[in-house]
Write a protein that binds this ligand. Sequence first.
Ligand code: ATP
Ligand code: MG
Length: 740
Amino acid sequence: MTTAPDLLAALNPTQAEAADHYTGPALVIAGAGSGKTRTLIYRIAHLIAHYGAAPGEILAVTFTNKAAAEMRERASHLVPGADQLWMSTFHSAGVRILRAYGEHIGLRRGFVIYDDDDQLDLLKEVMGSVPGIGPETSPRVVRGILDRAKSNLQTPADLDRAYEPYISGIPKDAAAEVYRRYEDRKKGQNAIDFGDLITETVRLFREVPGVLNAVQNRAKFIHVDEYQDTNKAQYELTRLLASRDRNLLVVGDPDQSIYKFRGADIQNILDFQKDYPDAKVYMLEHNYRSSARVLGIANKLIENNAERLDKTLRAVKEDGHAVVFHRATDHRAEGDFVAEWITRLHALEGRRFGEMAILYRTNAQSRVLEESLRRVQIPAKIVGGVGFYDRREIRDILAYARLAINPSDDVALRRIIGRPKRGIGDTALEKLLDWARIQGTTLLEACARAADDRILDRGANKPVEFAQLMAAMSDAAENYEPAPFLRYVIETSGYLDLLRTEGQEGQVRVENLEELVNAAEEWSQDHDGTIQDFLDDAALLSSVDDMRTKQENKGTPEDAVTLMTMHNAKGLEFPVVFIVGTEEGLLPSKGALVEAGGIEEERRLFYVAITRAMDRLFLTAAENRMQFGKTNAAEDSRFLEEIEGGFDTVDPYGQVIEYRAKTWKTYRPTVPVTPSAVKNTSPMTEGMAYRGGEKVRHPKFGEGQVLAVAGMGERQEVTVHFPSAGTKKLLVKFANLTAV
Ligand code: ATP
Ligand code: MG
């Protein structure tokens, strides 16, 4: 075990100063890779080792459960008692607090957490009856409105009072009414949604000071990583928690704020000193992660943002490898280029696959990349996307489990009552539902009483049997460990028999269910908890969390290339990074163009992506990309022009060529070419410019392919790759090229 003075020796002087911060508010504000997270971990260790704080009074909030687990692991190497530390995400902290104290604000034991899909199901139910909401209204849009309202701590009444008459195209009073009914129904089902995990905790703290005080005893020293991406609700939660002891240390980088679309407010970090005038501020100015070249382009890029806090970030590492840019003919060629380089780095430089990551803007881009990697047998694991826990069979079995724990969960009941078929039709279900509403009870209770209370004329025994099945499951939930319980559910529900009739596809689903039981088993090895706790954890998994990633990639070797979105890469680092799709419409995304501050947010996202790279960085774009089933010509991202000079452009053969921005504006000039200017050019160029990809013939070098074109008329210059002679840059005027 290290002694106190040694601990800080692993930090630079400013980091050490921040890690030595004892009481009162503090802000560590610094660029990417400057050791913010590292400083935070050392500060926690130092608090314990040097200042004698108890691990049981320290809280650290991070972005993912995975990050929290890693932090605990790293701290455990520095000081004893790390298992006592409270390290979690905002959402997990909310669950823990509400499970312990929720009854003070009317939450009953066994409440369930609705995820995005459950939310949609319930919204669809309530939307239909609200005036002003037409059938064309998308439940997803409404869900977006509700989520944002919750991030901003707004109630239905606040929406009513909104300044604008419409919110996301929906009349504000209609939106408020849906919100109100949704909340009512949710409450009746003893459920809370994701947003509630924060807002209900805030309400609890405000309404019950005794609870706040009790939680404050468990959180005398509070840390928040990635503070730039907190929303108003999280901000308020932090503020309340810190209000008694005021030992709050937050770290963040305003240049890495990338969750505005989910309600994150960059102002929270920028206003920290206003909120806490006595706050100590620590600025870290050295980047330990990236090569000087990589950092160079990151710095150059982010300087283009007008709205930013200027800060210094210098590389500690040497220049390193050149940053490579490659423009492929289409998205498939782009994938192949990446696969080829991965193979090369693996074979020639001995890089492990696990050291490499491919980052993209949208999940949809992953499919083609996966295919390219598979063709050359590169193992890959995908983080995020349509994941394991989103699969139908997994959600169904978890819905059974939820209903077993919480008989009020009508959303779960409606999901599973027909899987497998139990002879309870829609009409019967409607009748049961009506009865439940009138009696003010649950759908499950209506099932149980279907015969006795003559709710149904015919087939009343079916719902009764279902209710009996669920009663048995509730018993099992009380008495079994999570894994055997889930196995029990899978077998007794009749679900397994159902899948066995579904042929090959059913077999895959059966395997997934086995994997679910394995996941529960593994979970139990690390946690001392009930099925309820397992369900909570499963609901809270973010796309970058280990438990999720592992189940989603079963069968993939440990040493695999990581594929993930740029958003998911936040806080992580990889020796080799490929950023694909650096094109207009992807990065920046189409949506960003029409949103205020959209471009700046996309630039920050690109900044995050670039700064994940330690040694090697590759940027790629495609000239033609298939999107929504159509292939379109693509332009280089405007951001490439901003970092021009910081990278080398290479052709498909790996040869360095000069970068020329490829915008179709350059290719289809609006300035007409004057006759005098084309007088001496070869016939094929008359009146038009060459285009990349075109085949041409040269008198001496033979056939080749145009890679890049620059300039117009007399000065037009083409870069052509000749298989026989290599890549040549030629002045069109003298080259005597002919079209092939
Ligand atoms: P991000 O903004 O991406 O979250 P960060 O500021 O949190 O980055 P860290 O992840 O803490 O940065 O550190 C980046 C890398 O630099 C890590 O590999 C870390 O171990 C290393 N590092 C940070 N400070 C030092 C130091 N003083 N000495 C050696 N290595 C360091
Ligand atoms: Mg960090």
